[in-house]
Design a protein around this ligand. Structure first.
Ligand code: PLP
Length: 373
């Protein structure tokens, strides 16, 4: 936790709330850029679309990966030039494509013939890039099944694009979010390079490779630093593309904002459920529906603290009347033995994928309050 967040929390804001240090985001942008200077950064807006973050990143010189028309319009409202926005969702409403095109958004992702046709109709002349399905091993929040296509299909679709009045611009992939190793990038770059060569030989040279997001945040376990990813990616690019490097894009979401935020929560109830279970159940005023959606399957395990006293095992649950609103039952969490109702519990590194997942008003609980400092 940064000193700025600690001093804000000392004023005891109403919980639950996210407190996010914008200086940390600025630092993350610089660090990501330094790790891979050859790449243009397209911030994945869905990780945290707060206007404060978008405005900061516009000033820092970031570009943006938007998944929907409202995200595109949020970037424009924050001062982003339409030229710097990529419409990166492979699933877009025709009306959203048309509006994005009218705004001047130049780049569109697709992974199916049907989406390519929609782009051709509603954004004639646009630059398009095809998303490849790549292996997501090593990712704690995989994205593989829902998106991407094969090399063969991508080749066929890219070759068809000029006939539809579109400009075949490049390829993309996503190695899965919270990707804990560099190998997935290396394998994906090797595959993409084969298709670059193939298409060039077929008379269709491409100019862009979008490496997606995936860069991890340190939650409970150590993960490689941005520098290690940068070095491994650069080595793979040189190995497979030689001196003929395309324009490289990266789309960090989690790594841009995750470590910049802390959720302050309150312990609402602490009790034992079964006599034979020594663990206490700790019910917080935030749960799955309050924004901790990535605790689904206990996939993302946040660091959680509540003072330094001697600790014992706990199950962590949310405040709603829903049986699946349990965050951690299998993962071995511990909290102080003297924790009592009303005490503050901190959930660390929650700047990404928390506020944007909070439900509207389930059980009457308002969406998570947000403080950008
Ligand atoms: C979600 C997403 C990202 C961001 O992924 P992170 O793992 O948060 O870095 C980037 N690109 C696309 C297309 C995405 O869907």
């Amino acid at each position: 936790m940064t000193p700025k967040i600690a001093s804000f929390l000392a004023s005891r804001p109403a919980t639950p709330c996210l407190v996010l240090d914008l200086d940390q985001v600025a630092e993350n942008f610089v660090r990501l850029h330094a790790a891979l200077p050859a790449a243009a950064i397209y911030y994945a807006v869905k990780a945290n679309p707060a206007p404060e973050i978008l405005r900061l990143l516009v000033k820092a010189g970031s570009c943006f990966d938007a998944a929907s028309l409202p995200e595109i319009e949020a970037c424009l409202a924050a001062g982003a030039n339409a030229e710097t926005i990529s419409f990166g969702n492979t699933v877009k409403k025709p009306s959203a494509i048309a509006r994005a095109h009218a705004h001047g958004v130049p780049l569109y992702a697709f992974d199916s013939a049907e989406e390519l046709e929609k782009i051709a109709t509603h954004a004639p002349g646009a630059k398009i890039y095809c998303r490849l399905a790549v292996r997501n091993e090593g990712a704690e929040w995989p994205l593989s099944k829902k998106f991407g296509t094969t090399l063969e299909k991508a080749r066929e679709l890219m070759l068809a694009a000029p006939g539809l009045g579109l400009v075949p611009h490049g390829l993309s992939f996503h190695v899965g979010s919270q990707q804990t190793g560099t190998l997935a990038y290396e394998l994906a770059i090797a595959e993409a390079a084969m298709l670059f060569t193939d298409l060039k030989d077929a008379g269709l040279p491409m100019s862009m490779l979008n490496l997606g997001g995936g860069f991890p945040v340190r939650y409970l376990k150590d993960v490689p630093q941005a520098d290690s990813f940068g070095a491994a990616i650069m080595a793979a690019l040189i190995k497979h593309f030689g001196n003929d490097l395309p324009n490289i894009l990266i789309e960090p979401g989690r790594a841009m904002v995750g470590n910049a935020g802390v959720v302050a929560a309150e312990a609402v109830l602490i009790c034992r459920r079964m006599p034979e279970d020594e663990r206490r159940w700790v019910y917080l005023d935030i749960g799955r529906y309050g924004g901790l959606a990535e605790t689904e399957g206990e996939a993302i395990r946040y660091r959680i603290t509540a003072g330094d006293g001697p600790a014992g095992p706990v199950v962590l649950a949310g405040p709603s009347c829903d049986g699946v609103d349990v965050m951690y039952e299998k993962s071995p969490y511990q909290l102080p033995l003297d924790l009592k109702s009303g005490d503050t519990v901190l959930i660390h590194d929650t700047g990404a994928y928390v506020t944007s997942y909070a439900s509207q008003s389930f059980n009457g609980f308002a969406p998570l309050a947000e403080h950008y400092i």
